[in-house]
Design a protein around this ligand. Structure first.
Ligand code: NDP
Ligand code: ZN
Length: 351
């Protein structure tokens, strides 16, 4: 079969591989819709996961089940499914402790294009099919559903980590596709004011549609100053970080009221340490909490989030600003993600 992958750090290309084998609890899936992710870019061009050779990329897919193992109960050949980016081992002790995303070790629930070949292939392998696949609801647009693999659950996890509550004032730093879903999740959780930080005009427009009340352009001045000005010097209750770098934590801590909570889903790719501003952290006594996490993955989450789309409470089509037709277009879509032109939020490739 054909797949598109990382040949080594800094280089990608087409690969020829065997169709993966199917264990008793697994499924083999063929793609219907695929999306490249900023994480694929970090993986290849920043070597975020370390050295990987001839590894098929991709972890965002909607597909059709081609084969199931003998112990799989709820799925069969031909079922259309949403595949989460994070596919934990649900019988692991880490999952039993509530941290499915770390099943088998820190971040090890992230298997696609990390510990095994990803989804940019004619066929891909899904472990623990009953625990990790979700049926695609009847009539749901595959491109919109493809945003459920990673963008929706990751963005929403930012809002969960920050424990956004009714009436909170929340700053969402970064409004790429992940941050936009943090804005949407924050709005659904009942936040009052949502201050969104970004600069690309298309993202700004869509952030407002998802519920941002104020836009802060980080290129036009210090974001802490802008937040303080907009909140009459009080700061915000919660911050979700979905963009920026190590320095962003300094800003996030500074812009929060005492008792505030940061939910970070941003990938921090550089430096050995993350700094905190001592005084604004209450010299260690400010009750300002930092929570950072990989999204949990799995079937239940996919099913619940899919019903938000199904019932019209969340419209993920706004994220899909570009669609390609045909498996061969994966390369073009990935390169587009790398370039990130101003009008792009997320490309999807339909088979
Ligand atoms: P994008 O690159 O599309 O978006 C990043 C956002 O951050 C943009 O809005 C950008 O603004 C903004 N930004 C960039 N620099 C700064 C800065 N210095 N200060 C403030 N804002 C800034 O990324 P994605 O939305 O695709 O992904 C966001 C992050 O989430 C990535 O790091 C990705 O790796 C990570 N991720 C994490 C996952 C998880 O499970 N934890 C899963 C998937 C992704 P502008 O408008 O100018 O572009
Ligand atoms: Zn992703």
């Amino acid at each position: 079969m054909k797949g598109y992958g990382m040949l080594k750090i800094g280089s990608t290309g087409w690969l020829e591989k065997d169709v993966p084998g199917c264990g008793p609890m697994d499924a083999i899936v063929e793609p219907i819709a695929l999306a490249p992710c900023t994480s694929d870019i970090h993986t290849v061009w920043e070597g975020a996961l370390g050295d990987r050779h001839d590894m098929i990329l991709g972890h965002e897919a909607v597909g059709k089940v081609a084969e199931v193992g003998s112990l799989v109960k709820d799925f069969q050949k031909g079922d259309k499914v949403i595949v989460p980016a994070i596919t934990p081992d649900w019988n692991s002790v880490e999952a039993q402790q509530g941290f499915s995303m770390h099943s088998g070790g820190m971040l090890s629930g992230w298997k696609f294009s990390n510990f095994k070949d990803g989804v940019f292939a004619e066929y891909f392998h899904v472990n623990d099919a009953d625990g990790n696949l979700a049926k695609l609801p009847e009539g749901m647009d595959p491109a919109a559903a493809c945003m459920l693999s990673d963008m929706v659950p990751t963005g929403f996890h930012g809002a969960e980590l920050a424990e956004v509550a009714y009436g909170d004032d929340v700053c969402v730093i970064g409004i790429g596709p992940v941050g936009l879903m943090s804005v949407a999740g924050t709005a659904l959780r009942g936040a009052a004011r949502i201050l969104a930080v970004g600069s690309r005009p298309k993202c700004v427009e869509v952030a407002r549609e998802y519920g941002a009340t104020d836009i802060i352009n980080y290129k036009e001045g210090d974001i802490v100053e802008q937040v303080m000005e907009l909140t009459c010097g009080k700061g915000v209750d919660k911050v979700i970080i979905a963009g920026g770098d190590g320095e962003t934590f300094l800003d996030a801590v500074k812009m929060m009221k005492p008792g505030g909570r940061i939910g970070n889903v941003n990938y921090l790719g550089q430096g050995d340490f993350i700094k905190l501003p001592r005084v604004e952290w209450g010299s260690g006594m400010g009750h300002k909490t930092i929570a950072g996490g990989l999204m949990p993955g799995g079937r239940l989450r996919m099913e619940k989030l899919a019903s938000l789309i199904h019932l019209g409470k969340l419209d993920t089509k706004k994220l899909v600003t570009r669609t390609f037709q045909g498996f061969d277009k994966i390369e073009e879509a990935l390169m587009l993600m790398k370039e990130k032109p101003k009008e792009l939020i997320k490309p999807v490739v339909l088979m």
